[in-house]
Design a protein around this ligand. Structure first.
Ligand code: ATP
Ligand code: MG
Length: 325
């Protein structure tokens, strides 16, 4: 058996005799050494792999068991900012309260062609729609939305009570089917404040995203937000173990911060001390009444209050996300 040094330091490959004679043939035909042929093949394989990774979308799942920590606001603002940067973005609302969906003018229950519930839950005949059938184009260029409605409230019970397997992979399969026909650079998923099969569905979609995909856990200064974060992190661990998957990337995002107060500074310092290994975004989202006003006006912050502090912070955060590798 021939052993040939690969071009990557420290790695070597073993060739069986049939491959070996084929390589000699190619090398002779092209007047190059076998080593060169192997290098070419490896380079080609590597470039294919990196190309494949780059054609996959970056999937960002926003989850915290605690409610009211800015999951929905962050999906809307980061999603809009990414679309302004020219990326094709899909937002998926997994919360039956439909706060994300109703942040867009396009959301009109009389006009929607369907909802996330039609994709995840089967109808009376056991049929489900495809994601492509329920995607709405928002009023903003490059920004699409899979809306939710009340039919998806308490969806965990409904998912579990229906027949059919893979109850935690329905969204993963639906996204994989969608990506056969459509391409998105970013898919942002807004989770409800739960740690159930709905969130499991969201976390398992990371398998079909590129290596920059991750779970973003927003936290605010409410102590329960840290408890909620821990609950979410436990769920991520359980899912990874149960499915024998590598642990996905997780990053914490501080939101609704009043940076001038000692309370915030103390809490933040304490948090960094308690969780030294947990990556946190450098950008902190400040608190401002403009956030709620912009939602009421059905506009992203960048349109509604261009110079407000949280607007600038969400823009900085978007740049930070774009530079992460
Ligand atoms: N940076 C901010 N400054 C001030 N208010 C904010 C900020 N971010 C969000 N809010 C407000 O806090 C409330 C909760 O925000 P949001 O709906 O984004 O949280 P959520 O985590 O999605 O909540 P839920 O778990 O209920 O879905 C909303 O009224 C929103 O307008
Ligand atoms: Mg929400």
């Amino acid at each position: 058996m021939a052993k040939t040094k690969s071009p990557k330091k420290g790695r070597s490959i073993y060739l069986d005799p049939s491959t070996d004679s084929k390589l000699v043939e190619i090398a002779n035909e092209n007047g190059v050494s076998i080593g060169n042929v192997v290098k070419e093949l490896l380079d080609e394989k590597q470039s294919k792999e990196s190309h494949d990774d780059s054609v996959l979308p970056t999937i960002l799942v926003f989850s915290n068991f605690k409610g009211g920590v800015s999951k929905t606001t962050s999906v809307k603002e980061i999603g809009y900012n990414l679309s302004v940067e020219g990326f094709k973005v899909l937002l998926i609302d997994l919360d039956g309260q439909s706060n994300l969906s109703s942040s867009f003018q396009v959301y009109d229950p009389r006009n929607m062609s369907g909802y996330i519930s039609d994709v995840i839950l089967a109808d009376g005949n056991g049929n489900r729609k495809e994601l492509a059938d329920v995607i709405a184009h928002t009023e903003w260029e490059n920004l699409d939305l899979v809306p939710a409605n009340l039919a998806f409230a308490a969806a965990d019970n409904k998912i579990r009570s229906q027949e059919g397997g893979a109850i935690d992979r329905r969204l993963l399969y639906a996204i994989q089917d969608l990506l056969k026909e459509a391409s998105y650079d970013y898919i942002l998923i807004d989770c409800p404040p739960t740690a159930d099969s709905v969130v499991q569905n969201a976390i398992l979609t990371l398998q079909t995203g590129n290596s920059r995909s991750m779970i973003i856990v927003p936290v605010n200064s409410d102590v329960q937000a840290i408890e909620g974060m821990n609950r979410t992190l436990e769920l991520v661990d359980t899912i990874s173990q149960d499915n024998r998957l590598a642990k996905p990337k997780v990053m914490v995002l501080w939101t609704q911060a009043d940076e001038r107060t000692n309370l915030f500074r103390d809490l933040f310092a304490e948090f960094r001390e308690d969780y030294p290994k947990l990556p946190v975004f450098n950008t902190i989202i400040t608190s401002s009444s403009k956030v709620g006003e912009a939602r009421g006006a059905l506009e992203p912050l960048s349109k509604y209050a261009r110079n407000a502090k949280p607007t600038q912070r969400y823009q900085l955060l978007t740049q930070e996300i774009l530079t992460l590798r």
